[in-house]
Design a protein around this ligand. Structure first.
Ligand code: 0RA
Length: 634
């Protein structure tokens, strides 16, 4: 055995052990999200073949024994010995943590965060995996157990054509729940088929003997039609734009009579529910193009001062899909936010195209302009009405709780109430806030678990009382939306388990007793960081804030050799005012999540089953469900 071979073997075993020891670092966790991340990793390899034009059919099968297979009719993974490892290329890709990127020449190769090691990670976390490759006139097959080959790559039978099929069975000793969700998989497959026009994806459910096929010749336009089902569109011909330069960009959008908006964004066909630079650029392009169009054409109607982004987005349904070459950096374990600097590649061409479209389609443009102006007028009118009932009238002021540090602004929409836990967090928040529009309410200890308390008992609770008095609306039957005192109500709890627990209790309270505030989008979750990580030293030092241990490990993974300083924030109270301001309070720099209710029935059920059980469960609820929140305010 040669020395390099031994070294290689040790490296591989170390890699496997690392993945199995800390799965969260690679796939975000071992709950349902992590489990399905395995499928997305394997699926994305086949989707990449399709994106590069080598394949137009992908077959996915949910097997009756709990496994899943993904087969494509692409080029097939090379079967030759790979010079870097002395092993066949299939084994090299699926058993080697550092193989992916180097072995793959796909123009649009993305392994979002995993940098091409997706196959090896899935293999390491699978009780069993089988890879079959048709290439060079034969069907080849190799099997693995928990990431290690069970035997060599074998030539099975002569076979025409090319393609790759990966079948795996997730390791039940790693995953809390190892059954796949048909719904989640179906939804993801359909989205891929929408994003890649003409690609056929088949889903077979073995246990039910059923199969369905997704294929959308019109791609994003078909996607939009599905999103608009049951809604009235204000123009029959949606805007559709494709642009292929330094980056590939495709946008489809249409306005409906609804008041809400839905913007779905993707990078390299991977969903980015927390948005990112591409989404911000999209929003800016749309707002600017339409605002300019309205102002140039007729000027602004009397009574409104300007057109806001919100006015423009009212009723908007949009799908934004960008493709970048090479490896792409995503943020968060499951890649939900995209941070590369692509704004300048998205905004100008899109804005241009939209302005041209508005001028070439005067009827649609007029309808759209009318709709946008109407929402600007409605917004102005409701603000005027609200201002009349001053939120600071003398009598109401008397009923405000003593520990509320109120803000000075009279304009409800621009104000924010931060709910923080404890006096020390209250103190630092007061230093970090902008007192013009940010109010602070410290609450003490864990407020009542409203899911278990009677309504009477809850109303008598001091913390609940001061919360409701500060908000101004009253609750339950006495709820009066018009008396809401703040535009945003922000739950700002520590980034640790206790903090998540308190945030969950508060969310339950809002959901049960002030649901309209949640429905109307007034309730937010702040995202205070858990760590500050300083990379490098002196003038060149870069500071990054991360929200969890997993994010921290993920960040550190790529930094070996560099000087790193890690500071853990024990709580908001220990954060200096400047840090608190930048990371959680200043609207220019903070990240926060707007809480929305996607499915009321489901939310109800989740609160019912989770509250009052053990803390770890609650913690996972808040983590996972906060992440599902779509509207990110940046
Ligand atoms: C490496 C090189 C080539 C193709 C692939 C990997 C490949 C990987 C996967 C994973 C799932 N399906 C796949 N299909 C292909 C290029 C081979 C060539 O140049 O012919």
């Amino acid at each position: 055995m040669s020395e390099s071979y031994t070294v290689e073997k040790i490296q591989v075993l170390k890699g496997l052990r690392a993945v199995r020891k800390r799965p969260g670092m690679y796939i975000g966790g071992t709950g349902p999200e992590g489990l399905h991340q395995l499928v997305w990793e394997i699926l994305d390899n086949s989707v990449d073949e399709a994106l590069n034009g080598y394949c137009d059919l992908i077959d996915v099968a949910l097997l009756a024994d709990g496994g899943i297979s993904v087969a494509d009719h692409g080029r097939g993974i090379p079967v030759e010995i790979h010079p870097a490892t002395g092993k066949n290329t299939v084994e090299t890709i699926f058993c080697n943590l550092h193989a992916g990127g180097k072995f793959d020449e796909n123009a649009y190769k993305v392994a979002g965060g995993l940098h091409g090691v997706g196959g090896a990670v899935v293999n390491a976390l699978s009780e069993r995996m089988v890879v079959e490759v048709s290439r060079n006139g034969f069907l080849h097959r190799q099997e693995y157990r928990r990431g290690k080959p069970s035997g060599p790559l074998e030539k099975i039978i002569p076979a025409a054509g090319t393609g790759t099929k990966v079948t795996f069975w997730p390791d039940p000793t790693i995953f809390e729940e190892h059954r796949f969700s048909q719904d989640l998989i179906r939804e993801r497959l359909e989205i891929k088929a929408f994003l890649i026009a003409g690609l056929t994806i088949r889903l077979t459910i073995e246990s039910e003997g059923s199969a369905e096929t997704f294929v959308y010749p019109e791609g994003l336009t078909d996607f939009l039609k599905k999103l608009a089902e049951g809604k009235t569109m204000i123009d029959a011909q949606p805007f559709h734009f494709r642009h292929d330069n330094d980056l590939r960009l495709e946008v489809a959008m249409v306005w409906t009579e609804e008041t809400s908006s839905k913007i779905l964004t993707f990078v390299n066909s991977i969903p980015t529910p927390s948005g990112g630079t591409h989404e911000t650029a999209f929003r800016n392009a749309v707002t600017r193009a339409i605002r300019t169009y309205i102002e140039k054409r007729n000027g602004l109607p009397k009574g409104i001062k300007g057109i806001s982004g919100e006015d423009v987005r009212e009723g908007l349904l949009a799908v934004v899909s960008v493709y970048l070459h090479g490896n792409v950096e995503f943020q968060g374990q499951t890649k939900e936010r995209f941070n590369s600097n692509v704004g300048h590649l998205v905004e100008p061409p899109l804005r241009n195209a939209l302005e041209t479209w508005l001028h070439q389609n005067p009827t649609q443009a007029a309808a759209l302009a009318g709709r946008v102006v109407l929402s600007a007028q409605a917004r102005t009118a409701s603000r005027a009405a609200r201002d009349e009932v001053s939120r600071k009238s003398a009598t109401r002021r008397l009923t405000l709780p003593g520990k509320l540090a109120d803000c000075s602004s009279q304009s409800r929409d621009e104000t924010e109430l931060f709910i923080v836990e404890g006096d020390s967090a209250g103190g630092s928040s007061k230093q970090a806030r902008d007192r013009k529009f940010q109010a602070i309410l410290p609450i003490r200890g864990k407020i009542l678990n409203v899911e278990q308390a009677s309504a009477e008992k809850m109303k008598a609770n001091k913390e609940i009382q001061s919360l409701v008095q500060s908000i101004g609306t009253g609750m339950g039957k006495a709820f009066d939306y018009a008396r809401l005192r703040y535009g945003k109500i922000v739950i700002n709890c520590d980034a640790d388990v206790d903090g998540h627990h308190i945030a969950t209790l508060l969310l339950t309270f809002f959901y049960r007793y002030l649901p309209d505030l949640v429905r109307k989008g007034h309730v937010y979750l702040a995202m205070p960081p858990l760590y500050r990580i300083t990379i490098g030293s002196g003038k060149k030092a870069a500071v990054r804030y991360v929200f969890s241990d997993t994010d921290k490990e993920r960040l550190l993974k790529g930094k070996n050799g560099k000087e790193v300083e890690i500071q853990r924030f024990k709580g908001l109270g220990e954060m200096d005012a400047a840090t608190l301001k930048t990371t959680t309070m200043n609207p220019e720099t903070r990240t926060m999540l707007r809480v929305s209710i996607d499915d009321e029935g489901k939310t109800d059920e989740i609160f019912d089953t989770l509250m009052g059980k053990d803390v770890r469960k609650r913690f996972s609820f808040i983590k996972e469900h906060a992440r599902e929140v779509r509207d990110l305010d940046i």
